[in-house]
Design a binder for this molecule. Structure first.
Ligand SMILES: *Cc1c(COP(=O)(O)O)cnc(C)c1O
Length: 226
């Protein structure tokens, strides 16, 4: 299967999930997770019509941006180390993975120095999974006013990576919890970034506005090449 074929299947799955939830497909953007894939494969995805790409490592963004078209949007979806903020900020259309108050303060300070107003999402550990990054739910509720007062950040919503479960129905409550948290914090926050290849339909039914889909578009990743 080509990337174009995979993409049309993914788009059809998105459309069907949106229809089931009586949502417009315009409310759901596809972030193509291109981590580990080289620029020539990403170029194929661009030809197939994709323009938003998600990467979990700053280094990959630094390598790929200069060799791919300028109109693409790069979203950082993985943990950001503070010593990489300055390099990545000018290249990123959105950071999905602001996962602590300290990191948010660091991004805000450096954004101010660079005269940038980055769009960011707060990553929430909805399942209280020790293996995952993200604010615990209680912590985000306690810190939201302070996060919102950081002058250079445009906080656009919440993101989560729930623990893997082969049955997406078991993940549904985590997605619902993220939506409920958004509604409690500020129901005007436009974005919920949730759902990956195996569970994005359920995420859309629960209100996702950004789905992060890798292997269903590009195929199985090979980490051994890295
Ligand atoms: C890798 C990754 C994805 C995409 O996963 P697939 O199962 O390949 O769709 C989504 N979100 C994050 C944070 C990731 O690291």
């Amino acid at each position: 299967m080509s990337i174009a074929d995979n993409l049309s299947t993914v788009r059809e799955r998105i459309a069907n999930a949106a229809a089931r939830a009586e949502r417009s497909i315009d409310e759901v953007s596809l972030v193509a997770v291109s981590k580990t894939w080289p620029a020539d494969i990403i170029a194929e995805a661009v030809d197939a019509g994709l323009c938003i790409f998600g990467e979990n490592k700053v280094q990959e963004i630094l390598e790929k941006v200069p060799v791919l078209p300028d109109h693409l949007q790069w979203h950082l979806i993985g943990h950001l180390q503070s010593n990489k903020i300055r390099k990545v900020l000018p290249l990123c259309a959105m950071i999905h993975s602001l996962d602590s108050l300290k990191l948010a303060q660091g991004v805000d300070r450096i954004a101010g120095e660079l005269s940038l107003k980055p769009k960011v999402l707060l990553q929430v550990n909805v399942a209280s999974d020790d293996a995952k990054f993200g604010f615990p739910v209680s912590e985000i509720e306690n810190n939201f006013a302070e996060l919102n007062s950081l002058p250079n950040l445009q906080i656009e919503g919440l993101m989560t990576v729930p623990p893997f479960d082969a049955d997406p129905e078991n993940v549904r409550p985590h997605f619902a919890r993220l939506r409920e948290l958004r509604d409690r914090l500020d129901s005007n926050l436009p974005h919920l970034s949730m759902g990956m290849s195996h569970d994005f339909e359920v995420a859309i039914e629960e209100g996702a506005s950004l789905v992060r889909v890798g292997s269903s578009i590009f195929g199985k990743r090979d980490y051994s090449a890295q």
